[in-house]
Write a protein that binds this ligand. Sequence first.
Ligand code: KG4
Ligand code: ZN
Length: 343
Amino acid sequence: MLILGIETSCDETAAAVVRDGRDILSNVVASQDRLHLPYGGVVPEIACRAHLVMLLPVVEQALSEARVQIEDVDAVSVVHTPGLVGALLVGLTAAKTLAWLMEKPLIGVSHLHAHVYAASLNRAEPVFPCVSLVASGGHTCIFHSRSAVDHDLLGSTLDDAAGEAFDKVASILGLSYPGGPEIDRAARKGDRDAEHFTRTRLAPGSLDFSFSGVKTAVLYRCRGQNARAPARELSDQERADIAAGFQEAVVDVLVEKLLAAARSVSAKRIVVGGGVAANSRLRERLEQAGRKRRLEVIIPPSRLCIDNAAMVAGIAYHLYRAGRVSDLELDALPTAGRPVRKA
Ligand code: KG4
Ligand code: ZN
């Protein structure tokens, strides 16, 4: 079964064709990083306008790279939640139109569940059941993922997402946008023990996260208490040490909570997705922890961790098989559609 996937939830315009939920025939991503760079973050209006310009060429390229015609596609899938509502609407409207015109099933997909599914792409071995972490610019969630289409939320962030904290700390340090890869790079030259930032752990046993404290701690480290000191130029070494210390604080909490979640549901596998899963220190720490605790750790290659549409077309195959086909009333839900918290 060939499924076309469309993803426009934030600042990546993406389309892909995937066969039977696993084989990626094409995976085209048009990044808008360059457009948002001058503002140090995603500007929703700019994102929507760029999706409008880019989406049809990106879909055409995905079909052509997969060497298929639109008529060959068996279903059209699209992220409809969560995300920037205007951005979601661009992809959703295009997907509905294509599905209606071609008389194909329409499958609405959760961006977060699609990030978890990315680990199954191009992979023959099983991924589910597992405990999964989605850490991106907008979300930090831990799920008990029983199957590709059955995810219970175990914990999420109470304030900033992990990726958002990376982006904001990068901006405080004078690094460019998006900040995650910049901090990752700077941290390699730093000493992670030179600068210590407090880890926020919340109530004992809680699997929720909070990253706004560590971000503020970096701000005060750089600009003085309450950010009142005049801005001072950091040396390259200071910047690298702060990046490494901050990164270690975030990674510590992510790893600790993920392992606690795995223990709480006796999971044997851990899956990580979302842009922050591209972080080299997080990957290294999780691989070490997995070896020590005999847990299988599955982290997709970086190009499948960041926003893409192959993960959308992939999970859609399983939604289709589970009978979860949408109709043309499918709506864009910026935050709703949030899975019910069971633990
Ligand atoms: O999943 P994603 O591509 O888009 C959203 O759904 O938000 O994630 C983007 C986020 C950004 O905050 C970016 O800074 C972060 O992922 N990111 C990283 C790395 N690469 C991307 N964070 C830490 N280390 C990285 N290497
Ligand atoms: Zn994402």
